[in-house]
Design a protein around this ligand. Structure first.
Ligand code: ADP
Ligand code: MG
Length: 278
């Protein structure tokens, strides 16, 4: 049963390193969750190099740069993708947006708040790295999902991201997906490696959300500008996406505090700021 508590959950899909599959994960999980009956809004927060719209073969007339630089209404930016998934596309090649100013951050928050109630889950593709934009979107989310791959470079870059979020922003909880795995055991092995590295250097608790197999159908689908879950629903990667989406549905209805009906970014950020001060 849907409860008010499951409204307006904010989830980020993030990573230290680029090219680990974030944008594909965002679009496929969104479609899987929509198939499970959730109303999904996607925010492409890779503001300088957004490509969520390209991946889904959409042609937006406007994007977030029109909101942030021209004062346009965010409602007019929303375009519809597969399975009724709503998308807020980012611009590509707009250097000014690679580091949002404090004013732009606040403006974006209040614009997003105006969408309160229009969806069950807002999924944010943060882009990669440790820039202030990436930090900002992660601290504004209830759930931070970190994407890693079996490559040590990806593990270490995500470790750096989590360390900053933990030490500087008091974010202590992370969920992890391992992408590009070659066998059924590899995902959990990589996750354990990450856990042991965290234990050595900072405080955080991490949950394993699952793995996504390396599957050539993913890049075949990208070339067709369609999500793999739509083009090849029976492929290994698609099955993996459905499994993870099921887990997200389970924690979505379980873990959010009761009575939490507002889209509460401002409040959340205030609380976090206060916590940091004390
Ligand atoms: N599970 C997978 N199997 C095979 N290729 C994948 C998989 N996930 C992502 N890819 C490929 O990896 C590349 C990077 O994916 P993308 O989603 O753009 O990463 P990011 O958003 O993290 O930069 C794309 O070319 C995509 O086709
Ligand atoms: Mg991307």
């Amino acid at each position: 049963m849907e409860t008010n508590g499951s409204k307006n959950r904010v989830i980020t899909i993030t990573s230290g390193k680029g090219g680990v599959g974030k944008t594909n994960i965002v679009s496929n999980l969104a479609i899987a969750l929509a198939k499970f009956g959730k109303k999904i809004l996607l925010l492409d927060a890779d503001l300088g190099l957004g490509n969520l719209d390209i991946l889904l073969g959409l042609k937006p007339k406007m994007n977030l740069s029109d909101v942030l630089m021209e004062g346009k209404n965010i409602k007019d930016m929303i375009i519809e993708g597969p399975m009724g998934v709503k998308i807020l596309p980012a611009s590509s090649g707009v250097l000014e947006l690679t580091n949002l100013s404090e004013n732009q951050k606040l403006q974006l928050l209040s614009e997003l708040e105006s969408l309160n109630g229009a969806f069950d889950i807002l999924i944010i593709d943060t882009g990669a790295g440790i820039s202030s934009n990436v930090m900002y979107f992660n601290i504004a989310a209830q759930d931070i999902i970190v994407i890693i791959t079996p490559e040590p470079t990806s593990i270490h870059d995500s470790l750096a991201l989590m360390k900053i979020l933990s030490s500087n922003y008091d974010e202590k909880y992370f969920k992890v997906i391992v992408n590009f795995v070659r066998n059924p055991k590899e995902g959990f092995e990589v996750f354990k490696k990450l856990m042991s590295l965290i234990e050595e250097s900072f405080e955080a608790s991490v949950d394993y959300l699952g793995q996504i197999s390396y599957d050539r159908n993913v890049s075949k689908a990208v070339r067709k500008q369609k999500a793999v879950i739509e083009s090849f629903p029976d492929s290994t990667a698609s099955m993996d996406f459905f499994k993870i989406a099921e887990k997200i549905c389970a924690f979505q209805s379980k873990e959010l505090p009761k009575g939490n009906i507002q889209f509460f970014w401002k409040q959340l950020l205030e609380e976090k700021k206060n916590k940091k001060r004390t």
